[in-house]
Design a protein around this ligand. Sequence first.
Ligand SMILES: NC(=O)c1ccc[n+]([C@@H]2O[C@H](COP(=O)([O-])OP(=O)(O)OC[C@H]3O[C@@H](n4cnc5c(N)ncnc54)[C@H](O)[C@@H]3O)[C@@H](O)[C@H]2O)c1
Length: 339
Amino acid sequence: MDFPPRRILVTGGAGFIGSHIVDHLVRSGHHVGVIDDLSSGLEENLPKGVEFFEVDLKHREKVGDVLADFRPDAICHHAAQVSVSRSVRNPAVDAETNVLGWLHLLEEACSVGVKRVVLAASGGTVYGETPVPATEDWPPSPISPYGIAKRAGERYLEFFTRERGLEGVVLRYGNVYGPRQNPHGEAGVVAIFCQKLLLGEAARLNDDGRCERDFIYVGDVVRANLLALLAPLAQPYLTLNVGTGLATSIRQLEAELRHVLSQVAGRSFPSPIKGPRRDGDLLRAVLNPGLARDELGWVAQIGLRQGLMETAQWFYQRAVHSEPQASPQPPLQPETLVG
Ligand SMILES: NC(=O)c1ccc[n+]([C@@H]2O[C@H](COP(=O)([O-])OP(=O)(O)OC[C@H]3O[C@@H](n4cnc5c(N)ncnc54)[C@H](O)[C@@H]3O)[C@@H](O)[C@H]2O)c1
């Protein structure tokens, strides 16, 4: 994946997925700028050599100033209000970032001649139940304000590619996991289980852990983004699933993670406890990744065991180095299985 150096702006670049993309772009010799308001991201996630703009996308003028200053060739949009439950409690707050902030970025991008924009979208919240792995033409049925805003974001990008000459790629993710994921969020079941187990607590399996998800390692998501940002496109607007096509139940995931963690830490971890079925949890959310292979030559390369091993090692190292805890941690949220 060798592409000539470009100027690339990553929004949400101090967050979980965005910071991994930034790492790879910097290592590949690109000139990288980051917009992030640090509401959930951490400045320490950013490697040296990045131009960092601490800006909230809600402030259009500031977004315009950054774009006029940095002049990116392409934008990789990962900044978002990522909490589904917060979006349910307060849809307007969700839309301020996920709809209006996004529109500010698109408008300002067009005014400085940005060529391509990649949008981090959500397979799990856009498709709903998927008895078979969903292809991109599966009828969208977002239910939460978060999912509705993500879907609206896709349509806005389509509009801007049609009317304003941008190239746009929508990447609909499965359940992304890996190092640096926030265990205090609500969507990262792998991070939440890692954190719980390392604290000596049992993971809780709602509905006997029978819900199935498409777990995709963050390194694979990074490769999809690099291709979406830099590879030639057959069409100016593309929507692509970024998943494995494989269903893993939460029960299987927990067992595999406990196995891997016990190898990493050299000790055993408590067996899971049962929790009730929770309203709104999809039984099965799995994505068919065939179109991403055809359009970008992208296929997931990291299997679940390898990805969990990388993740477990990171959480274990972090737990070892942070003992004793310097400050109390916020309480763990119940794991919600969005993607
Ligand atoms: N993690 C997943 O499984 C998953 C699945 C589907 C889609 N996504 C999408 O991928 C993207 C990245 O998610 P993540 O898991 O890395 O979450 P994250 O919370 O780690 O990253 C989001 C980043 O956006 C920043 N941000 C939030 N609001 C902002 C604003 N108004 N202005 C500027 N910056 C702002 C945060 O500080 C954070 O650094 C999001 O768009 C999310 O919806 C994630």
